[in-house]
Structure formats: C-alpha cells, structure tokens
Design a protein. Structure first.
Ligand code: PBG
Length: 307
C-alpha cells in the first residue's frame, strides 16, 4: 500500500575510473568508494548487476590534463576506454552513462575554456562538449550527461550527435545544478581543484533561486534533453517536486558526494543508523518526484532492498 517505491533499477551508480591504475584506490572522504582500475571497474559493475542495479555513470581521471581538456574527447581517453570495456563485457545488459564535463580533464579545473582574464568562455566551450558527447557515444555510451552548466550545451550536443549518426544516444542533462558546498568529497575523488581557489558560481545556479530551475528545464528540453536532473538532492527536494510536476520527461536527482559523506561520517561515530538514514533519504527523493537517483549508496541500498 506504500505510495512510494524504491527499487534497485531506479538507482544509478557513479563510478570513478583512473588511467594507469593497477589496483583500486579507496577515496578517503567517500568510505566504500574507489578510484577504479579498468579491471576493478568491471568487477564493481558485476557486483552492482548482482543486486539489480543496471545503470552506471562514469567519471574519468586522466593521467594528463591540459588547458582544453583534450583527453575528454580523445578516442583513447580514459572514459572512452572504460566505456568500450563495459560494452565488451556487458553489452546491452548494463546502461553505461558518462559524465560529459571538462573539469576532470582541464589543468585549471573549470568546466569550460578560459579567457585570458580567467573567466569561462561559454560559447567557445560548446563545440568541445559536442565532441566529447560524440566520442562517448562512439565508445558505447547509451547516455551522455552534460554537467558543465554551459548555456546551449544540450542543443550543440544533440545536433553533433545526430550529425555523427548517434540518433538514439540519450541526453541526461544536469539541468538544475546548484553551486553547492556538497561537492567537496567528489573533488577529492576526481582529484580536481579549481585554479586560484575559484568556484563555479558563474555557471552553476544560486541556491537562493527556485524558479530559475524551471527556466533551465524548459531550455534543456527544448534543446533536446531526454532526462533532466536536479543536483544535489536533499536540499533541493522543492526543485525536484516543481520539475516533476511540470515537465513531461523523466526527472533524475543526484544524491551527491557530500550527502553520502555526511551519512557515512555520522554513522561511523555511531550517532545515526547509516543504512536507515540512507533509505529514508532515497525514498524521500523518490517521493518528491524523482524517477531515478544517482547515488553512491546504489550498491549498499540495492543489497538491502533485495534481502
Ligand atoms: C562536474 C561534476 C561535479 C559533480 C558531478 N559532476 C562537480 C562539480 O560540479 O564541481 C559532483 C558530484 C558529487 O559531488 O557527488 N564534472
């Protein structure tokens, strides 16, 4: 009789894959999460599959970064290599998604190209996002996930994907992505620091604004987004509910690194029951209207649910 369901198939596991790594390396601020080698990535996906999680989203750690982030779209860039590996191992049994953003690949850590004055050049960046999407699709990504918050990124990616023949590649747009303090552990996970101690407030959203997300959603859907995402999740359930009640595409929510880390840290102290809190939060995100949830709890909670 419960109004809201939470199933393993509604969870998407974010996974980190590092170039040149022989063995998985634990991420201190995300207990239980790893920077993966190609081999341990495959093992992890198999473990997820065993508990009913069918979707993963890949983040790459390249060995070499440069100002343009060229490893992001190189055919032998780490995300592309990992996507091909997953396709070989799992075929269509796993929905392989890729984060489509430059920040893991640029030497300055920003999500776009920089002008001489250090500001991000939105329009000059768009073509690179398109190239990155095409490279990911060519390597076997079923879903690309533009997360850079550049205006116009979805439209450019859709048209470049279509021109390259990837008509069926799904775009899951990070639509309402707030400039949040909750991404801290993620930046350790991908080894990204923003040059000069900068931030992303010029391109990510101001958390004082709620209705701005509706405008972002309308724009992304008009440009061709197939799924829209709200990020982070718990502090933005109002936004999830707004969008779920307004749009006619699926809505995803990203329960981000800081949200995971807070639960893990408090649970490690014995102050809260970690799995119970995680289950409550993920259910609340579904109750607010999210069709799917990106979460580092994917394996743990799916295992719990399947018991
Ligand atoms: C950008 C990106 C970020 C996250 C996902 N994609 C970091 C950022 O915007 O600074 C954060 C996810 C998390 O905190 O779990 N590539």
């Amino acid at each position: 009789m419960a109004e809201t369901t939470l199933r393993p198939s509604q969870l998407i596991a974010p996974l980190f894959v590092a170039e040149g790594l022989d063995a998985p390396r634990p991420i201190t601020s995300l207990p239980g999460q790893f920077q993966h080698s190609l081999a341990s990535l495959v093992d992890e996906v198999r473990k997820l599959q065993a508990v009913g999680v069918e979707s993963v989203i890949l983040f790459g750690l390249p060995e070499h970064k440069d100002e343009r982030g060229s490893q992001a779209w190189a055919a032998d860039g780490i995300i592309q290599v990992a996507l091909r590996r997953l396709r070989d191992e799992f075929g269509d049994d796993i929905i392989a998604m890729a984060d489509t953003c430059l920040d893991e690949f640029t030497s300055h850590g920003h999500c776009g190209l920089l002008r001489d004055d250090g500001s991000v050049d939105n329009d000059a960046t768009l073509e690179l996002y398109g190239q990155m999407a095409v490279a990911q699709a060519a390597a076997g990504a079923a879903v690309v996930g533009p997360s850079g918050m550049m205006d116009g990124q979805v439209g450019v990616m859709r048209s470049m994907l279509d021109d390259a023949g990837y008509l069926d590649t799904i775009i899951m747009a990070y639509t309402a992505k707030y400039a949040s303090a909750l991404y801290g552990p993620f930046r350790e996970a991908v080894d990204v620091s923003i040059a000069g101690g900068g931030d992303r407030k010029a391109y990510q959203q101001d958390y004082s604004n709620r209705r701005e997300s509706l405008r972002e959603a309308r724009l992304d859907i008009a440009e061709g987004a197939d799924i829209i995402m709200v990020k982070p999740a718990m502090t933005y359930l109002d936004v999830v509910a707004d969008l779920a009640g307004t749009v006619d595409v699926p809505v995803a929510a990203y329960h981000v690194s800081g949200e995971y880390a807070m639960i893990k840290a408090a649970a490690a102290q014995g102050w809260i029951d970690g799995p119970a809190v995680a289950l409550e939060q993920l259910t609340a995100i579904r109750r607010a209207g999210a069709d799917m949830i990106l979460t580092y709890f994917a394996h743990e909670i799916a295992q719990e649910l399947s018991q």
